[in-house]
Design a protein around this ligand. Sequence first.
Ligand code: GLU
Length: 279
Amino acid sequence: MTFITRFAPSPTGHLHRGHAYSALTAFDAARAAGGRFILRIEDIDATRCRPEYDAAILEDLAWLGLRWEEPIRRQSEHLADFETAIAGLRDRGLVYRCFKTRKEIDIGRAPHEPAVAYVGAPLGAHEEAERLSRGEPFAWRLSLAAARETLGGFDALTFVEDGVDGSSPRTIQARPEIAGDIVLARKDVGVAYHLAVVHDDALQGVSHVIRGEDLFEATHIQRLLQALLDLPTPTYRHHGLLTGPDGKRYAKRDKAQTLRELRATGMTASALRAELGFA
Ligand code: GLU
């Protein structure tokens, strides 16, 4: 089997050290395995993604010394593929229209409590038709109940977490119910991240998903989608997150120093690579 891995950033901001660490981890793993490295731009959310960030990502990664295969797949250019996948799930009764807003779902939730894993059900035909005729916005949610019935339970849903740093691979039981009935499409964002990721990982033949452990939980849901869409399950390797001098992980929202800012201070790519522990 060819080792194929990818780095899949969303162009919602400039890359920082955390992204560089993730990209280099995947790139080096591909090189060490004599495999292939793919760069994929996950720009399905037109409300948050910007072409200038897309261009900056390519520039920053090239500066870091990464090379990738062309053409790059940009998810925004393939929305029809994702819509077809969602339509397939819809035809099999696996998704339903949900008219509830996040606010309605969160009623009673204290600010410090985690978001509610919403589990709902399709509306009756009459109420649904009425709401649709009023033009009310809705989201398509994946029904865990329907998925469970289709698959005869979730026990067979496992994935392999490959040891980082040479520890041995572990087989993990997926628990897709932790996220509730996830949103697969909304009016403003026609396809959700989870569906686009599993679709493209399969399409691009990704054998190893190498990414930060902040996405570990997402794997439970993605494993369910793979089963429902009859897609292969890659091996996963979630790496620890890089933390800054304050002990907190780097994040776009904290205005972590970006790679271009580091570059402007005169830092070289090889100095950054060395700082992050890469040769
Ligand atoms: N596009 C996602 C992000 O920027 C990463 C997707 C993935 O690696 O599975 O957080």
